[in-house]
Design a protein around this ligand. Structure first.
Ligand code: 6R9
Length: 644
């Protein structure tokens, strides 16, 4: 490995909410005296209608956790009502449309009215505490209203990403028996429309229990209408009162279900509950992003993913922040869009995924430097390991070296940040998610399940409960126990591998099933990918193992070149030499295949399963490719395989 750089805490972050000393003291207290620590944090961040009887108790060997038992609260009171005295006229949500000429500011007072009206519509349609409501929406403010309206009446929302197919939507509606679906006529992304209502119609044809489909008019495009089931959102909300009594919820009552895919089987409905989830997302929002009164915060995720739940809606609103919601894509009308939006709305914090960073890096620096970006103070990343090359570009080119990068490692199942730098407390190292957030006790386990001390590498597990821990897999509690609490008894198993360096910093090496074993050497695919993208002409790469007679596994690299680059054999040789130089001869690629595109899920994660199959030439067992953002890249890769 080449030398790891460390970037010190910037001078202008000396007065951050958390500095190095407060981090050390608070972290130790969160672990050693969780009751006292979390009692104080809850007092600071949450408003209970009835105080909890207990702070926390858990037994991870049984997958059990309870936070703030006996407490009563409503999430929307915490995210909206209690802010009204001071911030009724402050913007809660800035909505930036797909069309750069279209945007909207929604104040906390307006948010309150919209959420109350929709909550009244749900109640009028028979939705009660505990009922499930499915949300299949584009990135419009109504998506946030819908989530919050469910929380207002105590219904459990299940947001299904608007890019999912009718079949995927149907499976998720049926799995949690959602009786109401909230959708829109069409979505708009990158200048193209998405047929949400038509998809919903197909899905609902197989969902007899879903009696109501509320439809937001986004485009006014032609749609089919079933008068016995379909209701225009704008008509329904106009007919009901603008005030709605919040449902008092137990701290451990479910807040939402969010489906996520594991390595096998059908998607799991990860279940989160009320008080613990809200506390952890609120705390991490404030501390990770060092959020200041009056700042504008932008997370580019879709509300269909956990990042959108925790860090577009719940975390920011619980803090009374201004959260920006973007309907479009980072490359429309061109690759300068994000930085134009930053300038337009004076965005202070920008939070996105490595895949977007690499795509924007590949497009060239002119798109960035065209915008001033002076308002930016903090940059964040989430979703996959960020290769140091992309990190450096983000830091130097986008942030001009003055914005700390928070590389936040967490999962749908963890609800909120688990490993992350805090801008005023943590020196950063490109590619490392650094240190644990308050209350999080990460450990590295070896093959026998023993904790590894000091520097080392192993399976990443968590040793104690944290407030936003997964509570169940909806309808299949045993599956939660089997997936997360059985591999290593007494621990939550993350499914990720990680390395810990001599400073105690964590480096996620990727999902444990992505670990290569080449001639007995263990290697993270991310390490090799990072080396490849160091080359100026490489935009992105994905590395998988494939069966190799002598080495056990060989290294197969898919490489996407910068636009306009000629793919030559000489360039392949350079890339092989680069890996050897950066990591060592053990990391020498066996095969490099040019890949005009990589198979990615709609949330931007590379689907290595498919790449492994292509590499192994197991083309007839590719499996399901329907959940890919662009299934056609697979055919292209198979074609290119022949002349690699
Ligand atoms: C929040 C989210 C979870 C998986 C996780 C890991 C990968 C997420 C990461 C990261 C390295 C980071 N992951 N953040 N890997 N560094 N900062 O993405 O949730 O969609 O459930 O994915 O994503 O592999 O296990 P989710």
């Amino acid at each position: 490995m080449s030398d790891v750089k460390t970037y010190p805490i910037p001078q202008n972050f000396q007065d951050a909410h958390i500095n190095k000393e407060t981090y050390d003291v608070m972290y130790a207290r969160s672990i050693n005296e969780p009751e006292a620590f979390y009692r104080e944090q809850a007092e600071q961040f949450l408003t209970f209608e009835r105080a909890p009887d207990a702070i926390c108790s858990w037994d991870l060997s049984k997958g059990e956790a309870s936070w703030f038992a006996g407490g009563k609260l409503n999430v929307t009171v915490n995210c909206i009502d209690r802010h009204l005295p001071a911030r009724a006229q402050q913007t809660a949500i800035i909505w930036e449309g797909d069309d750069p000429a279209v945007d909207k500011h929604i104040t906390y007072a307006e948010l309150h009215e919209q959420v109350c009206r929709l909550a009244n519509v749900l109640r009028a349609r028979g939705v009660k505490k505990g009922d499930r409501v499915c949300i299949y929406m584009p990135m419009i403010p109504e998506a946030a209203y819908a989530m919050l309206a469910c929380a207002r009446v105590g219904a459990v929302h299940s947001v299904v990403f608007g890019g999912f197919s009718p079949d995927a939507l149907k499976d998720r509606i049926l799995d949690s028996d959602c009786r109401v679906l909230i959708t829109a006529d069409e979505g708009v992304r990158g200048g193209k429309s998405v047929a949400l209502k038509a998809n919903a119609d197909k899905a609902l044809a197989a969902c007899p229990n879903t009696h109501t489909c509320l439809v937001v008019k986004r485009t006014g495009g032609a749609i089919q209408w079933d008068a016995s089931r379909d209701v225009w959102y704008h008509d329904a909300v106009a007919e009901v009162p603008a005030e709605c009594e919040p449902e008092p919820m137990d701290a451990e009552d479910p807040l939402f279900i969010l489906y996520t895919s594991g390595s096998t089987g059908k998607p799991k409905g990860v279940l989160h509950t009320t008080a613990g989830y809200l506390l952890h997302t609120a705390m991490s929002f404030k501390y990770t992003f060092d959020y200041r009164e009056g700042e504008v915060y932008w997370c580019t995720a879709d509300v269909g993913w956990v990042t959108g739940h925790s860090y577009i809606v719940y975390g920011p609103l619980c803090n009374g922040a201004t959260t920006l919601m973007f309907e479009g894509v980072p490359t429309y009308p061109d690759a300068s869009r994000c930085w134009q939006v930053v300038d337009k709305h004076k965005v202070n914090t920008f939070y996105t995924a490595p895949t977007a960073i690499r795509a924007l890096m590949g497009a060239g620096n002119e798109y960035v430097t065209r915008a001033s970006r002076q308002s930016l103070r903090i940059l964040g990343t989430v979703g996959e390991p960020i290769n140091p090359e992309a990190w450096e570009w983000y830091f130097h080119t986008v942030g001009e070296g003055r914005c700390p990068i928070v590389d936040t490692w967490w999962q749908t199942e963890t609800g909120g940040h688990m490993l992350t730098p805090l801008p005023g407390a943590t020196a950063t190292k490109p590619g490392s998610a650094t240190l644990p957030f308050f209350g999080v006790q990460p450990v590295l386990l070896d093959g026998e399940g023993r904790e590894i001390e000091g520097a080392g590498e192993g399976s990443l597990a968590i040793k104690a409960s944290w407030p936003s821990q997964i509570r169940s897999v909806y309808g299949d509690h045993q599956r939660m126990l089997d997936t997360y609490f059985s591999t290593f008894k007494g621990y939550y198993f993350t499914g990720d591998g990680a390395r810990r360096d001599a400073d105690g910093y964590y480096w996620i090496t990727g999902r444990v099933d992505d670990v290569l074993n080449v001639s007995g050497h263990r290697m993270g695919t991310a390490e090799i990918e990072s080396a490849l993208v160091l080359h100026d002409l490489v935009a992105e790469s994905a590395v998988v193992g494939y069966p190799h007679d002598i080495k056990g596994q060989g290294i197969y690299c898919y490489v996407t070149l910068m636009a306009g680059t000629e793919p030559t054999d000489a360039l392949k040789k350079e890339l092989v030499a680069l890996c050897t130089k950066e990591i060592g001869p053990i990391a020498k690629p066996d095969i490099i295949q040019w890949a005009p595109g990589l198979p990615k899920t709609r949330s931007g994660k590379i689907m290595r399963r498919i790449l492994r199959k292509i590499a192994a030439n197991e083309l007839d067992t590719l499996g399901d490719t329907s959940t890919l953002a662009d299934p056609s890249v697979v055919d292209e890769l198979i074609e290119n395989r022949a002349n690699r």
